[in-house]
Design a protein around this ligand. Structure first.
Ligand SMILES: *[C@@H]1O[C@H](CO)[C@@H](O)[C@H](O)[C@H]1NC(C)=O
Ligand SMILES: *[C@@H]1O[C@H](CO)[C@@H](O)[C@H](O)[C@H]1NC(C)=O
Length: 325
């Protein structure tokens, strides 16, 4: 009798432990969309409602046309951009020469975070790396093309993150998969994306490094559309992110993980830029809107008539904030 009574709680404990082990096994995500898409969106995102998106990089130095300036100038030979360079810079001036002029001398992350907080926004997303490839943190995979070796000589991602989190705001990072002119990317592209030199030696090591180092609560992925998600190894990365990364329980992602992915796979949906669904969609989504109708980054010649009905309250360094009129 006595023996029996004593064994019951132990057996119960063993049973509970077995359930815990089983449910832990079940909760692991596999690197396929069926599994990854079934992950529930972490609740903080549902509750946050409003966020701030900051585009800042070497493109903020010419601050002409848009953050796509390098591509329009050197990729498409846009006459407006060619004329701008001819008029304002010496012959032969190259895009990387803008980087030493990226001083960020008035950057006070505490001031930015105060404005973000006062706006009522609950999360802040900074471009860790846009399509130009310049990393706003000392990436070991972006030698001399990052904000500590070059330009401001400062860890912009780290410094802003500290200030933002200090105000109890959630911190996320925008990350472009592709880089317009990266030699390894161009060579994979030439091979019809049958090789993955760029992904294996640049994108993935850098992404893993970024997540472990800064523990962002949101990854706003972009620059995916030229190649399929299998080229980017997106599902393998996301499975790691959701299963084993230091932010596995809180991380929120968007839907730009390969050609044909957006509005279909990933975390919440952005769909195309500035997309408005018209009616309330079944899937969680984010309406991502720029204050400037033409550019996501700072543009020196922007006119108020070109704004999306927002009031700009600070134009100094690619930082916009405001509220709908
Ligand atoms: C913000 O920083 C101040 C000063 O260093 C510190 O006392 C405070 O605990 C921090 N708040 C949060 C939420 O981290
Ligand atoms: C890339 O994906 C393949 C197949 O999905 C996987 O075997 C490999 O481990 C992945 N590599 C990385 C670095 O994620």
């Amino acid at each position: 009798m006595h023996l029996r009574r004593r064994t019951q709680p132990i057996m119960l404990a063993a049973f509970v432990l077995a359930i815990a082990l089983v449910s832990q096994t079940v909760a692991r995500y596999t690197p396929d969309w069926g599994s990854l898409d079934a992950r529930p969106l972490p609740s903080w995102y549902d509750e946050a409602k409003v966020g701030i998106f900051v585009h800042w990089g070497v493109f903020s130095v010419p601050a002409f046309d848009s953050e796509w300036f390098w591509w329009y100038w050197r990729g498409e030979h846009d006459p407006k951009c060619l004329a701008f360079m001819l008029k304002n810079y010496p012959p032969g001036f190259s895009y990387p020469e803008f980087a030493p002029q990226f001083h960020a001398e008035f950057f006070n992350p505490g001031d930015w975070a105060d404005i973000f907080k006062a706006s009522g926004a609950k999360y802040v997303v900074l471009t860790s790396k846009h399509h130009e490839g310049f990393t706003n943190w000392p990436s070991p995979y972006s030698w001399n093309w990052n904000s500590v070796d070059n330009g401001p000589h400062r860890d912009l991602v780290g410094d802003l993150g500290e200030a933002v989190r200090n105000r109890s705001l959630v911190y996320g990072l925008y990350h472009s998969l592709y880089e317009w002119f990266h030699p390894l990317y161009l060579s994979d592209k030439k091979n019809g994306y049958k090789t993955q030199q760029y992904v294996m030696h640049k994108v993935l090591p850098e992404l893993y490094n970024m997540v472990v180092r800064y523990r962002p609560e949101l990854i706003w992925s972009d620059g995916d559309w030229e190649a399929p998600d299998t080229y980017w190894n997106s599902t393998a990365f996301l499975a790691w992110l959701y299963n084993d990364s230091p932010v596995k329980d809180t991380i929120v992602t968007n839907d730009r993980w390969g050609d044909g992915c957006y509005c279909k796979h990933g975390g919440y949906y952005n769909c195309k830029d500035r997309y408005s669904p018209g009616e309330l969609p079944k899937h969680k989504w984010e309406k991502c809107q720029s204050l400037d109708k033409h550019s996501w980054g700072y543009r020196r010649d922007m006119k108020m008539s070109e704004s999306n009905g927002f009031t700009l309250c600070h134009r100094g360094s690619g930082l916009y904030c405001g509220s709908r009129r």
